[in-house]
Ligand binder design. Structure first.
Ligand code: IDP
Length: 150
C-alpha cells in the first residue's frame, strides 16, 4: 500500500473544513494512518517548501503556512498519491474543477486549503518532517477487500 502526506492548511482549519476534507478521503476508502493538529515551525515550513525557494511566491507561502494551525495526516491506499492529487484539484484556482476540494471550496492559488504529496519520495520526506515513525499506526481494516478486490 502506498502512503501519502495530506495537510489541511491554515485557511482550511480557520474555515472549519477539516472534517469535510478528511471525510472525502475516508469515504473514498483510504485508510487513516496518523493525524494531528499542529503549528508548523519556520524550519518545518522551509523544509516542506524547499523546492520553491527563490520563487516570487515563496516568502508569502512560508508566512501563510506558519500563520495558524494545520491538520497533518498520513493516509494509505492503492495509488493514493495520484488519486488524492486528483481529489485535491489543480494548484491554480482558475483551473481547479468543481468536484475537487479546491474547485469546491478555494478561490485563491495560495490559500488553497490542502497540500498533498506529489510522489512517493516527497511523501516519505514530508511524513518524516511532521511525524515520528511511532506515530504511524499499523492496523487492518477488513473492508479493504471490498474496495480493492472482489
Ligand atoms: P501544489 O500544492 O498543488 O502541489 P505547488 O506548485 O507545489 O502546488 O505549490 C505549493 C503551494 O504554493 C501551492 O499549494 C500554493 O499554496 C502556493 N503557490 C503555488 N503557486 C503559486 C502562485 O503562483 N502564487 C501564489 N501561491 C502559489
Amino acid at each position: 500500500m502506498e502512503k501519502t502526506f495530506l495537510m489541511v492548511k491554515p485557511d482550511g482549519v480557520q474555515r472549519g473544513l477539516v472534517a469535510e476534507i478528511m471525510g472525502r478521503f475516508e469515504r473514498r476508502g483510504f485508510q487513516l494512518v496518523a493525524a494531528k493538529l499542529l503549528q508548523v515551525s519556520q524550519e518545518q515550513a522551509e523544509r516542506h517548501y524547499e523546492e520553491h525557494h527563490g520563487k516570487p511566491f515563496y516568502d508569502n507561502l512560508i508566512k501563510f503556512i506558519t500563520s495558524g494551525p494545520v491538520f497533518a495526516m498520513v493516509w494509505e491506499g492503492d495509488d493514493i498519491i495520484t488519486l488524492s492529487r486528483t481529489m485535491i484539484g489543480k494548484t491554480n484556482a482558475a483551473e481547479a474543477q468543481p468536484g475537487t476540494i479546491r474547485g469546491d471550496f478555494a478561490a485563491s492559488t495560495r490559500l488553497n486549503l490542502i497540500h498533498g504529496s506529489d510522489s512517493p519520495e516527497s511523501a516519505e520526506r514530508e511524513i518524516a518532517n511532521y511525524f515520528s515513525p511511532d506515530e504511524l499506526v499499523v492496523y487492518t481494516k477488513t473492508i479493504q477487500n471490498w474496495i480493492y478486490t472482489g
